[in-house]
Design a protein around this ligand. Structure first.
Ligand code: COA
Length: 374
């Protein structure tokens, strides 16, 4: 992946190609059979659509079949899934998945509008609600139903900023205190600035090949053994319970079934903490803890780097950043780095099995991958 942040000196095509070249260098490959690009909104952020061809062209892969996929903030996860299907179907031997978003070419208001188009435009965005607002509603519901406290929510950000401080690619690689989170600027009550993922430019890429080919490449690799993909109502207000993410429950069941595992077999997870409340609800939906126990478990250190179930060793969306289309690919990148034992100071001991959970909108789509070390 590229360094993430405000990359004003680089263009959308620059960062896509940079991540893709780093990935191909790492794999020792210079020609691919297909390219899948995950992006949420090149049109609204950069006035550039047709990203499959743009990336193939500037990557020097003319005539290679290139597909752009979109599932809002889960576009990156979808790109990995599409590359997996390219390989599984036999259409491609070398299938490249690139995730990219360059969000700082527009101002904050326009970025917020572009993001809001991933909600139900007629029934949500049109009336003025934003993603911080939607997740704030989920936080209030969770607090009311389970007694989740502001301190527990803030601890998610403290943990993820600690992890991100160990990640050279992170946009905000700085530790923060509980007090700093709890007194940061209010964005959408109770979500403050330090509960929110930022606006980010960045790209990430992974190469998928059949296992037989991976074995011959003489490079460290990880194996995708499970994929779960689900969708739910696009509007939050259509769901029975705002304190739940059923889309994650369903996607997780599918991925675990395919891998022949239970959540107890997973050593760590990269999850979609676009807001602190999201990490808490997602860990409950995955079955890491019972519903309502996500907040206390976070405070008790279950999900810390040295906890029994580390979550977001990369720093997560909160600290590493959230260039929306790139996030799902970067989650897989972190899983692979950890499974190869190459994560340096944020390395999780004995990491053999990883889960990545990528989410679109307020939980209208989710894609989960399970990866295992070899
Ligand atoms: N975490 C930590 N620091 C942040 C930050 C974040 N999420 N966002 C901005 N900052 C920092 C900036 O670097 C800046 O610091 P500086 O003054 O030292 O330079 C300061 O806070 C203010 O930044 P600014 O860009 O003016 O913030 P903003 O008010 O325009 O935007 C948010 C802040 C939270 C509204 C914006 O990041 C946001 O909308 N996040 C959510 C994105 C989202 O919805 N994604 C989709 C999820 S489903």
């Amino acid at each position: 992946m590229t360094k993430w942040g405000e990359l004003w000196e680089k263009s959308l095509r620059d960062i896509s190609v940079e991540a893709a070249l780093k990935c191909l260098d790492d794999a020792g490959v210079d020609k691919v059979d297909s390219i899948t690009v995950g992006t949420m909104s090149g049109g609204l952020f950069n006035a550039q659509e047709h990203l499959g061809s743009l990336v193939a062209d500037y990557l020097g892969q003319r005539f290679v079949p290139a597909t752009r996929v979109e599932s809002a903030c889960a576009s990156g996860g979808l790109a990995v899934k599409n590359a997996y299907m390219e390989v599984a179907s036999g259409l491609s031997q070398y299938a490249l998945a690139v995730g990219v978003e360059k969000m700082t070419d527009v101002d904050g208001g326009d970025a917020t509008f572009a993001l809001a188009t991933a909600s139900d435009y007629d029934y949500e965005a049109f009336h003025g609600i934003t993603f911080p607002g939607l997740y704030a509603l989920m936080a209030v519901a969770h607090m009311k139903k389970y007694g989740t406290s502001l301190e527990q929510l803030a601890q998610v950000s403290v943990k993820n900023h600690h992890n991100g401080s160990l990640n050279p690619h992170a946009q905000f690689p700085c530790a923060v205190t509980l007090d700093q989170v709890m007194t940061s600027t209010m964005v959408a009550d109770p979500m403050r600035l330090l509960h929110c993922s930022p606006i980010t430019d960045g790209s990430a890429a992974v190469l998928l090949v059949p296992l037989t080919v991976a074995k011959k490449m003489n490079k460290p690799y990880a194996v995708i053994t499970g994929i779960g993909h689900a969708s739910d109502t696009i509007a939050l207000c259509q769901r029975k319970d705002f304190a739940k993410l059923e889309v994650v429950e369903v996607a997780a069941q599918r991925a675990l079934k395919m891998a022949g595992k239970t959540i107890r077999d997973i050593d760590f997870a990269e999850v979609h903490d676009c807001f602190s409340i999201a990490e808490i609800i997602v860990m409950e939906a995955l079955g890491v803890v019972e519903s309502g126990q996500g907040g206390p478990a976070t405070v008790n250190g279950l999900t810390a780097l040295d906890g029994d179930f580390p979550i977001n060793p990369s720093g997560g969306l909160k600290s590493k950043g959230h260039p929306v289309g790139a996030t799902g690919v970067a989650q897989v990148v972190e899983a692979v780095i950890q499974l190869r034992g190459q994560a340096g100071p944020r390395q999780i001991k004995n990491a053999r099995t990883a889960l990545t959970q990528n989410m679109g909108g307020s939980g209208a789509s989710s894609i989960i991958h399970i990866l295992e070390a070899r």
